[in-house]
Design a protein around this ligand. Structure first.
Ligand code: ADP
Ligand code: MG
Length: 761
């Protein structure tokens, strides 16, 4: 039996209507029912024209007497004036259009004699009352609006306003929905939410909710229906995640217990050589992870920790435990710079422990292993060697970028996958890596981007979470100052400060939003965004003049560019005798490595770079950071960037250079940055300042997503309730055999939409 909702719109409507609806992306009855009103127009009070007061929001029942369209006198555009009467008084309605054609639909409908309801706020023009752009419903355009009585009854109801497209205005959508709803039986609409759950939550069934959404008698009814659909969205998603968790829990993994205490091993040697003591948080999380690795079920853990909280050490210790137990560990990093740094750090930390030796087989020579590095731009020879080390097991630890996901990469016995800075990786990529183990490897995901609880629950619902809340003792803190661009005194002072840091043996980053001065403003994003194997140089929330903060890209001053700024700095008197380095994503990997190494060693203590230094880069001597066009970056990105300085015992200084005007969201972001270094506080602020679409990734806005009404931040309560209800249902019927509608909804939504949504987020 196919549901009525799967029926093609061509079967119900004439070809023109079906084609027009198709322009909205609607092809089935179910699609049409899922095309929710964007908002509802409040009908206001039903009034006689004679009684209308200026400023009142009203609905009148009236007949069109005359309608005229003419070009506007003093500017471009057309104006339509319609005179309506209720039998005793007259009122004029005005509509403006970009040109005559854009008023065509109104002209066709508002012909003399047409009768209907007109809703709007009463205004005054040259002493005469009028309604500008009223919403209206005409008699006869909808099947049951065939009498004054029917219209009057209708006049009290909220008017649904639909997202429209050219050729299919809101009222046509409304009319089409009426046709469908008039003949819609409850059984026509499969409901993914089981009856039992509906009853306990006190929610209406799906068909009833759809009727209420599209034809509410009152606003309350519309709100109730919206609530029910939000719950459904949360419920379907949470059920999918609960199933995923259940499947994972049923999977087998190889237990990788730590060696008995006192026994020689890499981890023991490493701990003994550690130049600092672990924080209490690092120890606690470490024990949690050690216990999970020792179990024959795959660990699935998200490790959240403030920038600089020392997540790497925690991950490294987990990796060594696995290597000690005879397995291999893979560390997946989002950029080449970061992967190379991790490999360097690991080799340095392991010291003689990383000198090599075969772990598997009889030649195992005491406690040592190799760290292999695998990135997309490795030369053929180096690549072959790394692949061999991974496949033979000679390398107990393999560090890499997306290149690790390639099919050619094989492991002798992959026991643990660590994903650093999760926000750049998706579920699919995680799964691709996990699939490389003979049995499911353990998984540890690390992120410094504080994720609000509800987002974690929604997006990372299949991971357990631990947090590192304290930063290692002895950090001196960071001072952040917003610096107005183009102010000569401030600029001079900025470089003088940088010079002071350099003279004291410290280092400074200078960050720019793009590489080439003459390229268009969106150059760093172009191409690099998805095509490249690594995500270097991709400013995540770079506001490329979409107007949100006022002013188009064309009006704004061009962004400062790495290659231009480096020349400028080399010429500045304050920086004479100081070597200024360059780093950006278009450089060859060995050049990047060299630039990082020269910066780290202090040979080139000033580094002009793109956001390629954003995540994870660790140079303890770096104390100063100057960020140009800081207003163009999102809060989380600024926070990440700022986290690169003040990692040692010397205080950090972060200068945010921008020409943001007070009162703009961009200014508010910078202001927040100067006020606090608390990542969680900043993340919450960020959510307030950004729209929902940004939170879940840009992919949300343009396309029909399965999350249409649900807002992960605002609807935290709904998500929690849905999560509990979904867990109950999945426990009762793990394969959802008893809940075929739910199973179908999960398939339909998760297969396409959700995977992408999870990935982008
Ligand atoms: P993040 O959590 O941002 O990835 P890292 O792991 O890069 O942080 O650690 C930041 C710096 O702090 C590194 O230089 C690391 O060696 C150092 N570190 C880590 N743990 C401690 C500790 N317990 N005491 C002192 N320094 C530490
Ligand atoms: Mg890190």
């Amino acid at each position: 039996m196919t549901a009525r909702t799967d029926e093609r719109l061509e079967r119900t409507f004439d070809k023109r209507t079906a084609t027009a609806l198709g322009k909205l992306g609607l092809s089935t009855v179910g699609d049409l029912l899922g095309h929710y009103p964007r908002r509802y127009a409040d009908p206001g009070a039903l009034e006689d024209i004679a009684a209308l007061q200026v400023g009142e929001h009203v609905t009148i029942l009236a007949r069109v007497e005359q309608a005229t369209v003419r070009p506007m006198r003093n500017r471009k555009g057309a104006l339509m004036e319609v005179v309506v009467t209720d039998g005793s008084s007259r009122l004029s309605l005005t509509f403006f259009g970009k040109h005559r054609g854009s008023l065509y639909n109104h002209e066709k409908r508002l012909v003399p004699g047409a009768k209907g309801l007109f809703t709007g706020t009463v205004g005054l023009y040259r002493g005469t009352r009028q309604l500008t752009h009223p919403d209206f419903t005409l008699m006869g355009e909808e099947s049951d609006l065939d009498s004054d009585e029917a219209l009057l009854e209708h006049a009290t109801k909220p008017i649904p306003i639909y997202p429209a497209a050219a050729g299919i205005p809101s009222w046509k959508v409304q009319a089409a929905l009426r046709v469908v709803l008039d003949t819609l039986a409850d059984d026509d609409v499969p409901d993914p939410v089981p009856e039992e759950v509906l009853r306990r939550q006190g929610l209406p069934g799906r068909a009833a909710a759809l009727r209420s959404l599209h034809r509410p008698a009152t606003m309350e009814e519309a709100y109730r229906a919206r609530h029910r659909m939000r719950f459904e969205e949360a419920f379907v998603l949470q059920a999918a995640l609960a199933q995923r968790r259940a499947r994972t829990a049923a999977e087998d993994a190889t237990a990788r217990p730590s060696l008995p205490s006192g026994a020689p091993g890499l981890l023991a040697d490493f701990d003994a050589a550690l130049p600092f003591t672990l924080t209490a948080g690092q120890r606690a999380v470490g024990e949690e992870i050690a216990a999970e690795l020792a179990a024959p079920r795959p660990m699935h853990r998200l490790l959240q920790g403030e920038v600089g909280s020392g997540k790497t050490v925690v991950a490294l210790r987990a990796m060594l435990q696995v290597v000690d137990a005879g397995g291999q560990a893979a560390l997946l990093a989002p950029t080449e710079v970061l992967a190379a740094q991790h490999a360097r750090t690991l080799r340095a930390l392991l010291g003689p422990l990383a000198e090599g030796g075969t772990l598997f087989g009889s030649e195992r020579s005491g406690a040592s292993t190799r760290v292999a590095l695998l990135t997309g731009s490795l030369g053929a020879k180096a690549r072959k060697e790394a692949l061999l080390q991974a496949a033979s097991g000679e390398a107990g630890i393999v560090v890499g970028t997306h290149a690790l996901l390639s099919e050619q990469v094989q492991f002798a016995d992959l026991g643990l996958v660590v994903v650093d800075e999760q926000h750049r990786f998706g579920v699919e990529q995680r799964d691709a890596l996990r699939a490389k183990g003979r049995v499911a490897p353990h998984l540890l995901v690390m992120t410094a981007t504080p994720i609000p609880r509800t987002v974690a629950m929604t997006v990372f619902g299949d991971l357990e979470t631990s947090s590192l809340t304290e930063v290692p003792a002895g950090r001196a803190g960071i001072t952040t100052v917003a610096v107005p661009a183009g102010n000569v005194r401030w600029t001079d002072r900025t470089w003088a400060r940088v010079r002071e840091e350099v003279d004291a043996g410290r280092r400074a980053y200078v960050v720019c939003a793009r590489i080439h001065p003459d390229a268009p403003a969106d150059e760093p994003a172009a191409g690099a965004r998805r095509a490249a194997a690594d995500f270097d140089d991709v400013p995540e929330f770079l506001d490329l003049g979409d107007g949100a903060d006022g002013g188009s890209a064309a009006e704004r001053k061009p962004l400062r560019a790495v290659l231009e700024v480096v020349e400028e700095l080399r010429a500045r008197p304050e920086l004479q005798g100081v070597e200024v380095g360059v780093l950006h994503g278009q450089m060859a990997p060995d050049q990047k490595d060299a630039a990082m190494a020269r910066f780290a060693s202090g040979e080139a203590p000033v580094l002009v770079s793109t956001t390629v230094v954003e995540v994870g880069v660790d140079v303890p001597e770096a104390t100063a950071m100057v960020i140009f066009d800081a207003d163009r970056f999102g809060i989380s990105q600024l926070h990440q960037l700022r986290g690169r300085v003040g990692r040692g015992t010397d205080p950090g200084l972060c200068l945010l250079v921008s020409d943001a005007e007070p009162g703009t969201p961009a200014f508010a972001r910078l202001e927040a940055m100067t006020r606090t270094t608390d990542g969680f506080e900043l993340a919450n602020l960020d959510l307030e300042l950004r729209s929902e679409g940004d939170v879940l990734g840009a992919a949300q806005s343009g396309r029909a997503s399965s999350l249409r009404l649900l807002r992960v931040v605002k609807d935290a309560g709904i998500i929690e309730e849905a999560r509990t209800a979904a867990a109950d249902v999945v426990r009762a019927s793990p394969d959802l055999a008893e809940f075929p509608e739910l199973a179908a909804a999960i398939r339909a939504q998760l297969d396409e939409d959700q995977e992408e949504f999870l990935e982008r987020a």
